[in-house]
Design a protein around this ligand. Structure first.
Ligand SMILES: C[S@@+](CC[C@H](N)C(=O)[O-])C[C@H]1O[C@@H](n2cnc3c(N)ncnc32)[C@H](O)[C@@H]1O
Length: 299
């Protein structure tokens, strides 16, 4: 399934890219946000696209974009700008998490598929199948609980470690089956939306393991601390998150920086998807967009 960009109009409206400006897309994915930005900055503008997953750039025809693209971690943006001799930017978009293409990209992001259990965006990160072997049962339970609020984290961690005594876990489907066997048969029934909707028992654990393996919260924290090194005075940043822990990091950091006069918050409340968008793209249901503008002085 091809990736539909989330909160696209809302992001463009708040970022307000103008002809000739220099923008950075720190999570290029399938280039949905990049394309819309490029239309606004026009032929005199410049776009730097970064994605940690180098295969993203191979998969898509990007010849029509007037831009420079590099495989890299958005947490390293100040170093990337320096290395490439690029100035601070007028705008930055960060659209967190994974793309729909990655979900079916053969790296185990989806528990419905029998794929190698990697769950990493970059080849440089340790795959989940290795992490599961290395952490203790207690550490594993804590990772799952802390990053996903899974109620049965202890049981799931125990089942995974028991299984690993017999054989390694090679595929995403294998892990999903182990998780399913660890939780009660009526998992989630009756707990959400009056019992009408249920989620697969592996959903939360997969999310927690993905966040852990890719150090997603650490990367986001680094990015937030680096904003002044990435954006010029008056530059705008929009961050789209899908997880309450991510949104809390963004919200708190923005508030602290606004308090000391370093930036202006452009979104009093997080912007969420309209019901029309949710109807065509269910992924947008949990999306929250927050945006800021840097104040007018150089650091
Ligand atoms: C939700 S998708 C972006 C979709 C994109 N906005 C679009 O419209 O097509 C998130 C992307 O961020 C990338 N990513 C995740 N963590 C990253 C990081 N630390 N640095 C750079 N890219 C990252 C993933 O590989 C994925 O392609």
């Amino acid at each position: 399934m091809s990736h539909i960009p989330v909160l696209l109009n809302e992001a463009i409206q708040v970022l307000d890219p103008k002809p000739g400006e220099f923008f950075i897309d720190g999570t290029f994915g399938s280039g949905g946000h990049s394309r819309a930005i490029q239309e606004k900055i026009g032929a005199t503008g410049k776009l730097l696209a970064i994605d940690w997953d180098e295969t993203n750039f191979k998969r898509f025809a990007i010849g029509d974009l007037r831009f420079a693209s590099y495989a890299g971690n958005y947490a390293d943006l100040p170093e990337i700008l320096k290395k490439r001799g690029l100035p601070k930017a007028d705008g930055l978009i960060i659209d967190l998490g994974f793309s729909s293409e990655q979900l079916s990209g053969g790296r185990g992001f989806s528990f419905g598929k029998d794929e190698p259990l990697l769950m990493t965006y970059s080849r440089d990160m340790k795959p989940v199948k290795e992490i599961l072997k290395e952490v203790s049962e207690e550490e594993l339970a804590k990772i799952i609980k802390d990053l996903s609020d899974e109620r049965f984290a202890n049981r799931i961690a125990k089942e995974i470690k028991e299984y690993l005594k017999r054989k390694p876990i090679e595929t995403s489907k294998e892990l999903a089956e182990i998780i399913k066997s660890a939780v009660p048969k009526n998992y989630e029934r009756g707990h959400r939306h009056g019992g009408a909707s249920r989620i697969h028992p592996a959903t939360r654990t997969f999310m927690a393991l993905r966040i852990y393996a890719n150090q997603e919260l650490e990367n986001l924290e680094k990015l937030l601390k680096n904003l002044e090194l990435i954006l010029k005075p008056g530059g705008r940043a929009a961050i789209i998150s899908f997880h309450s822990l991510e949104d809390r990091l963004v919200k708190n950091h923005f508030r602290q920086m606004a308090k000391v006069g370093k930036l202006k918050i452009l979104t009093k409340k997080p912007v969420t998807a309209a019901k029309e968008e949710i109807a065509v793209n269910p992924r947008s249901r949990s999306a929250k967009l927050r945006a800021v503008a840097m104040m007018n002085y150089e650091v």
